[in-house]
Design a protein around this ligand. Structure first.
Ligand SMILES: Cc1ncc(COP(=O)(O)O)c(C=O)c1O
Length: 405
């Protein structure tokens, strides 16, 4: 079949594919433990439900402006003032179908074919594919010291004549690393000096631990005028557990937002009004759910790290935020796809191979589920990998027998 060049180069989202696999196995009645998930399990805020339900009740569900309804823009402006101490105009804001679409449309607005966008590794699985969708090239910057914490030199070394933009995602999916203030200050300064676009993917910025405070990129910007090339991304998916509502946004200079709006207007039009109303409800409503989610995740992180630390051969860096940790299993198996496949086949534990995030030998393990899922999931992985494990393991009344070494 004759598909486009771009279509042939784009791979399926590995995380979405794994979700499907888990759903199929669960439907068959298999006791799968999903440590591959990318969404909190808490309930959607009641204010979000009520706001969308009351809109549905009007019976009027129509097209929306391509850049979002005024009420949502107003809520995003208020959010930007509260968390970024920055007053922006409605023309500086676009609401999209998730942060994913906001990033995609931003890249389409700034990248020409063959231009490059740099992001630290490990990186979110979608960045390289999004660059490809623009005909552009994603460039991973690996921290030279082997840690999850890049330094500005790691970025600088990858900058060349084709570089157009840098994407920073902190706290980071998959490592959970929250980059230090000094690095954010350096990267803001560097991008300003080199006139590069800086996309700040802040989707996890409030889900941070150990008393850390969200970092505001604008605190380090010299240029806060309409010439600023910072594109700030955020959304309701993670902090409000509203992944299925598909509402995210971007804040940037008016020209960028206008270009993004033109692109989005022809791509999908504005997001559904029902879902935008829900986002308004979440953003303007009672905020206690965010803090209780954060506290739950911090506790889950502690449990997962304790379990992993007692797992000989596995190396892990304590995450500063998000609901992921990125553990080095290379002592057991260097091919992360093979390892992840073996774990789902043998012990019904779903993990995401590190290679999808640019690092072989690692697995991304999520702690957004229950404590029972975390502890049982790691116990099963340990049983599968440790050659000194007993020969048999019971999952409920199902007996597993080790037939591998
Ligand atoms: C780093 C990062 N950015 C953006 C997104 C997209 O979020 P949304 O659900 O709002 O599209 C995700 C979702 O997994 C993510 O991990």
């Amino acid at each position: 079949m004759s598909l486009s060049h771009i279509a042939k180069t784009i791979s399926a989202s590995p995380t979405l594919k794994l979700n499907e696999k888990a759903a199929i196995l669960r439907e068959k009645g298999d006791p799968v433990i999903h440590l591959g998930g990318g969404e909190p399990k808490s309930k959607v805020p009641m204010d979000a439900i009520l706001a969308s339900a009351s809109h549905l009740n009007t019976g009027e569900v129509r097209y929306t402006p391509a850049d979002g309804i005024p009420a949502l823009k107003k809520a995003i402006i208020r959010y930007t003032e509260e968390f970024y101490n920055r007053k922006v105009a409605p023309e500086n804001v676009i609401a999209s179908g998730g942060a994913k679409q906001a990033i995609m449309v931003a890249l389409q607005a700034i990248l020409n074919p063959q231009e490059e966008v740099i992001y630290p590794a490990p990186y979110w699985v979608s960045y390289p594919e999004m660059a490809k969708l623009c005909g552009a090239v994603g460039v991973a910057a690996y921290p030279e010291d082997g840690s999850f914490y890049p330094r500005i030199q790691d970025i600088e070394q990858r900058v060349g004549s084709y570089t157009k933009a840098v994407i920073i995602n902190s706290p980071n999916n998959p490592s959970g690393a929250m980059y230090p203030e000094e690095f954010i200050a350096d990267v803001v300064d560097y991008c300003e000096r080199k006139e590069l676009y800086l996309i700040m993917d802040d989707i996890y910025h409030r889900l941070i631990f150990d008393g850390k405070k969200p970092i505001n990129c604008y605190d380090y910007a010299k240029d806060l005028s309409e010439k600023s090339k910072i594109i700030l991304i955020n959304g309701v998916s993670k902090q409000y557990a509203m992944t299925g509502f598909r509402i995210g946004w971007a804040v940037a200079n008016k020209k960028i937002i206008e270009a993004m709006t033109n692109i989005q207007g022809h791509q999908t039009s504005g997001p559904s009004v029902v879902l935008q109303k829900a986002a308004v409800g979440a953003l303007n409503g009672i905020q206690s759910g965010v803090e209780s989610l954060r506290v739950t995740l911090e506790n889950n992180r502690n449990v997962m790290i304790d379990y992993l630390n007692s797992f000989e051969g596995v190396k892990v860096t304590k995450p500063d935020g998000t609901f992921y940790c990125f553990a080095d299993f290379s002592a057991y198996e260097k091919n992360s796809t093979k390892l992840s496949g073996m774990l789902i086949d043998k012990v019904l534990v779903l993990t995401v191979p590190g290679v999808e995030f640019g690092m072989e030998g690692f697995l991304r393990l999520s702690y957004c589920g229950t404590i029972k899922e975390i502890t049982e999931g790691i116990e099963r992985i340990k049983w599968a990998l440790d050659p000194n494990s007993p020969n048999e393991l019971y999952i409920g009344d199902r007996k597993l027998v080790r037939d591998w070494s």
